[in-house]
Design a protein around this ligand. Sequence first.
Ligand code: PMP
Length: 348
Amino acid sequence: MERAFDVEKLIRQNVKDLHPYASARDEYISDGSRMIFLDANENPFDNGVNRYPDPQQRSLKAVLAAQRGLEVDNLLLGNGSDEVLDLLFRTFCEPGIENVITLPPTYGMYKVLAGVNAVENREVVLNPDFEPDMDQIRDRIDQNSKIIFLCSPNNPTGNTFSRDIIVTLLRNFQGLVVLDEAYMDFSSEPGWIDNLKEYPNLVVIQTLSKAYGMAGIRLGICCASPEIIGAMNKIKPPYNVNELTQERAYARLLDQDAVREEISLILQEREKLRKELALLDYVLEVFPSQANFLLVRVDDAAKRYQQLIEHGIVVRNRSSQPRCLNTLRLTIGTAEENAALLNALKLI
Ligand code: PMP
């Protein structure tokens, strides 16, 4: 049954009551004229980073908003999407009382952050086809369930979830539906950013760590309604995205051709690797992937992992995850790296 969604009811009381830290850089917004800044106890000698960064990352958000067809107040940026995920817990989930729903096998940080924030993590294992198990999810949700984390394309399984299932959750769940789109740039399917207006409980998380090739600068992007973003902004550390990150991210976002070219090379390599892997006799299954990695089921993952290490190649053994017994997750590398991987796999 559909009910009206009220974000105010989801925000923790301490967050509602909070007066956020007002940083010096927030108080005075420059109109472009040259001012003398003696307000933030910085060192005055210019070296490019002697000033605090813009706490609201205005230039960066302006580009991101334009590229995504959003308004700036639909965006919050974090020190990687891991920080964004943590902010979601701290804004919306009351420790010791409330809970979140996660769908393993999936990205491990949802569980870790639930633990860090003392929020109960209710795990509902994906179906054998790696889709959300709607009956089980319905059973586990109660009035204290605040967030469902959906990773689509999912890490480590590589599939996107069915759009009908996601819509059903968005329409019926009274908490937030967080869609982690870390790998969406590699997918042939559309993402969910265009649906933010339609679903007020939708939160889409993106990152520059994957397709944009900038894992080292740490930039995560949270897209949601201004109400959700506003609540998260209240508790965000003022200078969470540093100056160097803002500059590098800005330049990279303007270089869409280069990003697209790299994505296309990675996708070509993914297809090549998928075909070759399927020919190996100890590879039992190569799961379809909408991401920049392939999950493969082998005869003995621990043994194959170790053999690859001996050939100087590190992959990820995902066997400990539910439904992932004897699986390895292989990130798509450069053509040379993938050739080396295939060569090693043929030798072992
Ligand atoms: N979400 C998913 C699904 C991921 O796989 C990862 C990184 N492996 C992240 C989020 C974290 O990304 P970031 O580097 O932006 O913190």
